[in-house]
Unconditional design. Structure first.
Length: 285
């Protein structure tokens, strides 16, 4: 069974050290998402429509809102994975145009060869999370150093501003899609299905689906599920709401349905996620 060994959460987004032997559904994140193997067997992900290997020598790079899924091969043992979900605004504090990591196309390809520096920083970060989970070095030194090395290695970051301008123009598109997105963000638990949103927008289902994916980078149901996941994570970490209350607010009819949804997207049930980020009674980073 897949386990979350440690989870760090803060203004940077979140970092999870996962021991994986169970697949995840097709999903997306509003983050700059990087996957690095720490130990165990090689494994693979579906990024977009391409199967990509995660190995000692190759990282997986997922753009914001790009669909992906974990594909576990039952013939292989667990893979220990360092999963980085990094907020574009946090990266923008290093170099302003790195805020473009929130736009499609920031990573030009879905994988890249790992340098010795990236490998060392990834292992140091994983070790610090295990042995000193509340250490300030996780964010202040190790994570920042790792992300700088990753971006400088795998992106044409000096031209990232143009990608951000293109994304801004794209996101200023159809007002009907903007209204649907605003509804999803405001009340993800009350959001209606794709057919109902399409009717409200005065579009056919096919037109709505095409315009939505052009505008956001993700299909409508994947986008809505990503909003639910991120709102669930924030509530689990920051609030005192019960898991049943969080699930109900996000539109799940029963706690078991919410727990299954969260596990299928994040790899562990919400109760385990909360216990890890609050372990030892100290706040998340």
């Amino acid at each position: 069974m897949s386990e979350a060994l440690e989870i760090a959460h803060g203004a940077f987004g979140r970092v999870a050290l996962l021991d994986m032997d169970r697949g995840l559904v097709r999903h997306a994140h509003p983050h700059c998402h990087v996957l690095l193997k720490v130990e165990g067997d090689d494994t693979q992900f579906l990024v977009g429509d391409r199967v990509v290997a995660l190995t000692d020598d190759q990282a997986i790079l997922v753009n914001a809102w790009e669909t992906h899924a974990y594909l576990h091969d039952p013939r292989r043992d667990k893979a220990m994975i360092l999963a980085l979900y990094i907020e574009p605004d946090w990266l923008g504090a290093f170099r302003r145009n790195w805020a473009a990591s929130g736009a499609p196309g920031f990573f030009g390809q879905s994988s890249g060869g790992v340098t010795p520096t990236i490998r060392r920083l990834a292992h140091d970060l994983a070790a610090e999370m295990v042995y000193a989970p509340h250490s300030s070095h996780i964010q202040d030194k190790l994570l920042s150093g790792l992300m700088i090395a990753v971006i400088e290695r795998f992106t044409a970051w000096r031209e990232a501003g143009e990608a951000l301008r293109a994304a801004a123009r794209r996101n200023a598109g159809d007002w009907r899609i903007r209204r649907a997105v605003a509804q999803m963000r405001a009340e993800p638990g009350a959001a209606r299905g794709t057919d109902a949103l399409a009717r409200q927008a005065g579009l056919s289902r096919a037109q709505f689906y095409r315009l939505f994916e052009q505008s956001t980078g993700a299909p409508p149901h994947v986008f809505l599920n990503a909003i639910r996941v991120e709102q669930a994570v924030e509530a689990i970490v920051r609030s005192e709401e019960s898991l049943a209350e969080i699930g109900t607010r996000l539109g799940f009819a029963a706690p078991a349905h919410f727990s299954r949804f969260f596990r299928d997207h994040v790899s562990v049930p919400p109760s385990v996620f909360r216990s890890i980020v609050r372990r030892g009674g100290e706040p998340a980073i």
